[in-house]
Design a protein around this ligand. Structure first.
Ligand code: ZN
Length: 342
């Protein structure tokens, strides 16, 4: 990116109330058929407009065409039966009814490429597209076919790579893989999780990012966070290997987080999307609060590698609050840009 401190969001933004029930995960669509197709595109255009007006430099789709950041991708794959449900524990945190892997998984056709083309046509700004990472995908499924988390992750990595290459070819500037599971399954992440992530990103010439967070501000996550103690050092377990990986950017959370900022030092050399917006709080940050986080992060990241961002997606928030947070992010980054220039 040519601009210093280019801002972006981790991914999802709230959907308009005419498209889906607000402030809800997995919210059912309120439209059907052609109206739903048009409604998703309209929502995407609004999401772009909100970002641009707030001074967000790297624009995303706000995940307006998806119900959920993992499930919607998997719904488009063969080999997964959504009727056949099993209850599994998601990221060791809460039980959920999930679909079953019943055969070899494959991608019969592109999943998000048309949506990404639509986004590309809406803006001249650089665009980022988010995909779930292999390890986070396997964690939301019951596997009755491969019977091996690692094997299934490698299969998903190949599928993600096909999708990512097509996204790159239509002009996506940054492809981000979401891997919150890296903050839970450290040994697996180090044994094969980071390797499968690199497989998903293999051969890409656009920039690649991995987003590792402590999740949306939903109850299961906030309850889990209470068990983590006063210092969250989870990143310490995976950052040394991520630093050695081929992934260009690491997206992490900092605002109101118990993550010690100095852990960023472990990925020195990488670009860092620093979460300067707390998505688990309904209080809108002031630009100065955003600036303060960025100034602290600058001790551990070179200015040309610092990308101000949100801690995670903002789907569960109201649009008013999310918009306020976008503006605070844009304005906070501008304060620090001016300081660096002066
Ligand atoms: Zn996240």
């Amino acid at each position: 990116m040519k601009k210093l401190l280019p801002t972006s969001t981790a991914g999802s933004l709230p959907k308009p109330s005419w498209l889906a029930t607000p402030e809800t995960l997995w919210s059912p669509w309120k439209l059907e058929g052609e109206a739903l197709f048009a409604g998703k595109q309209d929502a995407l255009r609004l999401a772009v407009d909100d970002q641009e007006k707030a001074g967000i430099d790297i624009v995303g789709d706000g995940e307006q065409t998806r119900q959920h950041f993992v499930t919607t991708f998997i719904e488009h794959l063969a080999g997964v039966d959504f009727e056949k449900r099993a209850t599994v524990r998601i990221r060791d945190r809460y039980d959920a009814s999930v679909p079953t892997v019943v055969g070899a998984v494959s991608r019969p056709k592109p999943v998000f490429v048309e949506d990404a083309k639509f986004l590309r046509a809406q803006t001249t700004q650089p665009i980022k597209w988010t995909l779930p990472g292999p390890m986070t995908m396997i964690d939301t499924l019951y596997d009755a076919h491969y019977k091996s988390r690692e094997k299934l992750a490698w299969e998903f990595a190949k599928i993600l790579n096909e999708e990512a290459k097509e996204l790159e070819s239509i002009g996506v500037d940054i492809i981000q893989f979401d891997e919150p599971a890296f903050n839970v399954f450290f040994d697996e992440a180090n044994d094969w999780g980071i390797a499968t992530l690199e497989k998903a990103a293999e051969g890409l010439k656009c920039e690649t990012a991995v987003h590792i967070c402590y999740g949306y501000g939903i109850k299961a996550n906030t309850d889990w966070k209470k068990t983590l103690g006063s210092e969250w050092r989870q990143y310490e377990r995976t950052f040394p290997n991520l630093q050695k990986s081929k992934i260009d950017i690491v997206s992490l959370e900092c605002q109101h987080s118990h993550v010690p900022m100095e852990l960023i030092e472990l990925i020195r050399g990488k670009k860092v999307m620093v979460g300067a917006i707390d998505v688990a709080s309904e209080t809108v940050e002031t630009p100065e609060e955003v600036a303060e986080i960025l100034r602290k992060a600058l001790k551990y990241v070179d200015a040309d590698k610092l990308y101000p961002c949100t801690n995670c997606g903002m789907t569960p928030l109201s649009r008013k609050i999310a918009n306020g947070k976008l503006k605070a992010l844009g304005a906070g980054a501008e304060i620090v840009r001016k300081e660096l220039a002066g």
